[in-house]
Design a protein around this ligand. Structure first.
Ligand SMILES: Cc1cc2nc3c(=O)[nH]c(=O)nc-3n(C[C@H](O)[C@H](O)[C@H](O)COP(=O)(O)O)c2cc1C
Length: 386
């Protein structure tokens, strides 16, 4: 299957199926010298792990990551970093009844038509478990970006019709409720809403919001490799994402130029700044120095236990009742997946951006040469003393 590799300089390839031996990722292009442990990656994976609360699938996977290569004495070596997570709690028999029919809202039909047969156990490669590789790689990209002062935070913005109130926004609250909502009151309402849906064997959609701070101006390449375009591709590649918007997004279409334009000013530090941020931190496809803000709309979980119309592989109409363990909402577990895809995109685009200006390339070379010279002098001093 083509299409499992993402990125240009910071490149990842993910592999593995939901009910195969395990899931993994190879990162190529991570610079050497980044301090990295399995715990750093595990923290991210624990945030997408199933079975953490009643709104996430009860499949009980440890999702313990093994770092197989690319690290020596606690630091990246600049060589490919391979990571692996064993699948443990597979109940493939739960999927026996869907072997010969297509689940509405899933990729069963399209996989069968494209490849002629499919790994029907848990959706194979189209399962939510595919995101393990993205999150493991995203943890490394986030550590790289953090070392440069760039931070990425995402949260649940809405569950069905229930939205976080900006007046009550509290990022500390996000990790206290199982829905990753930064507003305790909205989380309580959303839980009641989900309980109602679960009683009706139904599911909900929702929105993840993501903010990137600390980006310098100019990350992103005109014309086809815009930061906004690549973020959209990265986020839209996550299963169940049906919409992407940056800054005011679709609301901008209802606005006027006088409201939507972000006026410029000179700050007390003498630097140019934007007085508002309708653009969401991207102008002309390049970061503009403001916080980058985007949102991803997730559809309701397709696997619902109530009966649905479908067809069999041999073309007969039938009813399907989906067994197995599924999230009544995908959004809380997808929050970290969105963060990971944002981190991978920004890390890659930041490395690409380093080649954009001769003066900066010259500065880099002059600095590297000066460092080399310093090292040589130190070596000679030490050797002449002995
Ligand atoms: C973290 C995560 C977990 C998911 N869990 C489920 C699930 O439990 N049940 C389900 O029906 N779909 C789940 N999905 C969504 C399916 O993978 C996705 O809807 C399916 O592959 C069809 O693709 P599409 O919705 O992008 O068209 C999950 C997606 C993500 C990102």
């Amino acid at each position: 299957m083509a299409g499992s590799t993402f990125g240009t300089i910071w490149k990842i390839t993910t592999w593995g199926e939901s009910h195969g031996k395990g899931i993994g990722v190879v990162i190529d292009g991570c610079p050497s010298g980044l301090p990295l442990t399995e715990e750093d990656v595990q923290k991210y994976l624990d945030r997408r792990r199933p079975g953490q609360n009643r709104y996430t699938t009860q499949r009980n996977e440890g999702d313990k990551v093994e770092l197989l290569s690319g690290i020596f004495e606690g630091r990246t070596t600049g060589t490919p970093i391979a990571m692996f997570v064993h699948n443990q709690d597979q109940r493939s028999k739960d999927y026996g009844n869907i072997m010969d029919m297509y689940r509405p809202g899933h990729a069963d039909y399209t996989f069968d038509m494209k490849y002629g047969f499919r790994d029907y156990r848990g959706g194979g490669r189209s399962s939510g478990r595919e995101t393990i590789g993205r999150v493991a790689a995203g943890a490394v990209a986030a550590a790289f970006l953090k070392s440069l002062g760039i931070e990425i935070q995402a949260w649940t913005r809405s569950v069905g019709p229930i939205e976080v109130d900006p007046a009550r926004f509290d990022l500390d609250e996000r990790d206290k409720n199982g829905l990753y909502m930064p507003d305790a009151c909205a989380a309580e309402k959303a839980e009641a809403y989900l309980r109602e849906l679960m009683a009706k064997k139904d599911s909900s959609g929702g929105v993840v919001e993501c903010e990137i701070s600390g980006l310098p101006v100019g990350i992103g390449e005109p014309v086809f490799e815009k930061l906004s375009a690549n973020l959209a591709k990265a986020v839209m590649s996550i299963g169940a994402v049906k919409g992407f918007e940056i800054g005011d997004g679709f609301q901008a279409a209802k606005s006027c130029g006088s409201q939507n334009n972000d006026a410029f000013g000179i700050g007390k530090d003498g630097n140019i700044y934007k007085k508002t941020n309708h653009s969401g931190g991207v102008l002309g496809g390049m970061s503009d120095g403001s916080r980058l803000v985007f949102r991803a709309a997730f559809k309701p979980t397709s696997s619902i236990a109530s009966p649905q119309d479908t067809v069999t592989r041999d073309g007969k109409e039938t009813k399907i009742e989906i067994k197995g363990r599924h999230d009544p909402i995908i959004v809380p577990r997808a929050v970290v997946v969105v963060e990971a895809m944002a981190a991978l995109t920004v890390a890659d685009m930041l490395l690409i951006s380093m080649a954009s200006r001769l003066d900066r390339i010259q500065t880099f070379f002059a600095y590297s040469s000066a460092l080399e010279e310093e090292r040589r002098e130190e070596y000679e001093r030490e050797n002449s003393e002995t």
